[in-house]
Write a protein of this length. Structure first.
Length: 281
């Protein structure tokens, strides 16, 4: 198939996947604890407060994916740049939703939505692949904020590593806390994903900016988009915890994650602006 035909196939498929992911996320939001409560999670009240806070971000992403559909079909390069990081965030989130519940400890019926969550994860994974494929075909961007990206993503990786290692050290030194006891599975799933996958990828992405290439550009756009959505979700969760006076609630966390979100989002926006100006300028 000619290159133009492959590019068009990628655009059409990406748009279809945006519709699928957007609609599935909307369904999950409506039947979940944020709206109708038809699906009840096997979680403590405090853990559920965090998840409902994060659902606000998930519901906004449903709108984002649907809104990106016509721009995918129109061949706008910023559409896959938006959906790459958002798709990675959806995969991360629903992995924690499925694997982070206490199925034998708290009542619930989340098992009834297992196939829905699996379909969301699978379609988001496909959309991530097609987003990366579309971005990889773009020309290099010589004025992209690579030094800022290197600093931001490595700083995020190091800070999260220190935060989680401090929590693990506290666990091994003094034993389980009340927060750990009420959400044991979620505690370990988050630490495993971040320390084993997310943090190494952030550091690799940062170091890759020293040798610019199509791969390093795609990695930067995807990682910054993912971290922007993740930090937004964590910030909303932290605010929800304060509102409901949950265990572990702290204004310090709100301020800290807001301070991390601002530079991350700004550097991501700079990449988006450079993509639009360079590719179409």
């Amino acid at each position: 198939m000619p290159a133009a035909g492959m590019a068009r196939t990628t655009e059409l498929t990406g748009g279809v996947l945006c519709v699928v992911v957007g609609l599935l996320l909307a369904v999950a939001t409506v039947i979940g604890p944020l709206v109708a409560g038809r699906v009840r999670f096997h979680m403590s009240a405090d853990a559920l407060v965090q998840y409902v806070g994060g659902e606000l971000v998930t519901s906004s992403l449903a709108v984002l994916f649907l809104a990106c559909t016509p721009f995918w079909w129109a061949g706008r390069d910023w559409a896959p740049a938006l959906t790459a990081g958002a798709s990675a965030y959806v995969i991360y989130t629903f992995f924690t939703v499925v694997m982070g519940q206490e199925y034998g400890k708290y009542p619930g019926n989340a098992e009834t939505a297992f196939l829905l969550y699996t379909a969301i994860t699978a379609s988001a994974l496909l959309l991530l692949v097609f987003s990366v494929r579309a971005l990889s075909a773009l020309p290099p961007m010589p004025s992209a904020p690579r030094q800022a990206t290197l600093a931001v993503v490595i700083a995020l990786g190091v800070l999260f590593a220190l935060l989680w290692m401090a929590q693990l050290a506290g666990f091994y030194r003094t034993g389980p806390t009340e927060e750990y006891t009420t959400a044991t599975a979620l505690f370990w799933v988050i630490k495993y994903l971040d320390l084993g996958i997310v943090i190494p990828l952030l550091i690799i992405t940062g170091l890759a900016q020293r040798n610019p290439s199509a791969v390093s550009d795609v990695a930067a756009i995807t990682a910054l988009g993912f971290m922007t959505w993740l930090l937004t979700a964590i910030l909303v969760m932290a605010a929800a915890m304060i509102r409901h006076q949950s265990v572990g609630a702290s204004w310090v966390l709100v301020v800290a994650f807001a301070a991390l979100l601002v530079p991350t989002a700004l550097v991501w926006i700079r990449w988006m602006m450079e993509l639009v100006h360079h590719v179409h300028g």
